[in-house]
Ligand binder design. Structure first.
Ligand SMILES: [Fe+2]
Length: 354
């Protein structure tokens, strides 16, 4: 769910966003963004907001794919749009942006699309991950020359990226990396029977891209199962100090995400707030204090499902000290467990008389 240009959108990577009424959450319907999106043009669920600009992308096609990138201003008007043919099959779930670059990570997949087109399999079941092939880092300039530059690195898979930044003529970014794609066949999709040992563990890595020598090196930053990295919104595209993520309760074994971690990249210190064994947080969202100047001056909010009570609550943590729980806002029912969320400093509902 993302609110931009006075519109609330429910987004996905396979098509247009669905517009909702913020006050009632009533569905308005698919939104073409004033005809910016052609009928077959997807608009992904992972935009990045950098310096007041909404940057998003969509990948069209299966056998032959094209990548389109959009930049919108704060009113939702189109500032830029560029399209690029892709080679090989690209499953692009997330993107990164810096002052001068769009960055995409293309993992080594092959696709046999016919069973999907005939309706026998989901598109995900038609992917084949090839660990013998490199992962490609796709760089596209945000200014002028829109040619793709493709660099190669080790084979890995990952859905989500952290942040990206430029420093001393190099590009840096973070991504959650696992050794392979956790492919499951239809008959194995019983998630109540999940064997976490059979899933690859996703950990946070930092990539350094040398733009002169065209080389990529990567190093592991967090050795623990983790997902959904986020930073202070004002640091998107800039070198940051703190990363927040959902992580496994165990530091050594794979498992469901049951804790929230704050990483201080400068000191290497990690702070963990765990809800194990019965509760499960969604992604942590950083909400800055008004007029904050320090990067961790704010709150982390996360929607937690508590299996012990079969109810959900919204937790608010002090981002400077995760053990300082500011509030738990308890609901009287559960909310189906999800992945992502967002926060904006705007109130849509009038306070209730009661
Ligand atoms: Fe996602």
């Amino acid at each position: 769910m993302i609110y931009w240009g006075d519109k609330l959108w429910a987004m996905w990577e396979g098509g247009h966003p669905h517009q909702l009424v913020p006050e009632t959450l009533e569905t308005v319907g698919p939104d073409t963004l004033n005809d910016l999106l052609a009928a077959d043009q997807p608009f992904s669920a992972h935009p990045r907001i950098i310096d007041g600009r909404f940057v998003n992308f969509g990948v069209k096609g299966i056998a032959s794919q094209s990548l389109t990138i959009f930049e919108l201003d704060e009113q939702g008007n189109t500032l830029k749009q560029s399209s690029h043919p892709l080679s090989g099959f690209a499953f692009l779930h997330d993107m990164l942006v810096t002052e001068n670059y769009y960055i995409f990570v293309q993992h080594p997949f092959q696709v046999k699309g016919l069973p999907f087109l005939l309706g026998f399999k989901t598109i995900e079941q038609c992917f084949d991950f090839n660990p013998e092939q490199p992962t490609k880092i796709i760089l596209i300039s945000r200014h002028g020359n829109h040619d793709l530059e493709i660099l190669e690195t080790d084979s890995f898979f990952g859905f989500h990226h952290g942040n990206a930044w430029e420093k001393d003529g190099k590009l840096y970014f973070e991504s959650i990396c696992s050794d392979f794609f956790p492919q499951k066949q239809q008959e194995e999709l019983d998630f109540e029977q999940s064997d976490f040992e059979s899933f690859p563990i996703g950990e946070l890595w930092e990539f350094e891209v040398n733009l002169s020598s065209k080389t990529v090196v990567r190093r592991k930053v967090v050795e623990r199962g983790c997902e959904f990295p986020s930073v202070h919104p004002r640091w998107v595209g800039k070198e940051h100090r703190y990363v927040y993520m959902s992580v496994c309760d165990s530091s050594t074994e794979n498992g469901p995400l049951q804790a929230i971690l704050k990483l201080d990249k400068e000191s290497g210190e990690q702070q963990i707030w765990s809800m194990a064994p019965r509760a499960f947080p969604g992604e942590p969202i950083f909400v800055p204090h008004l007029n904050s100047t320090q990067e961790d001056d704010g709150w982390l909010i996360s929607l937690v499902f508590d299996a012990a009570t079969h109810r959900s609550y919204l937790t608010i943590l002090d981002a400077q000290d995760l053990n300082n729980v500011i509030a738990k806002l308890h609901l009287q029912h559960h909310i189906p467990h999800g992945f992502h969320g967002s926060w904006i400093p705007k109130v849509f509902l009038e306070p209730s008389e009661n």
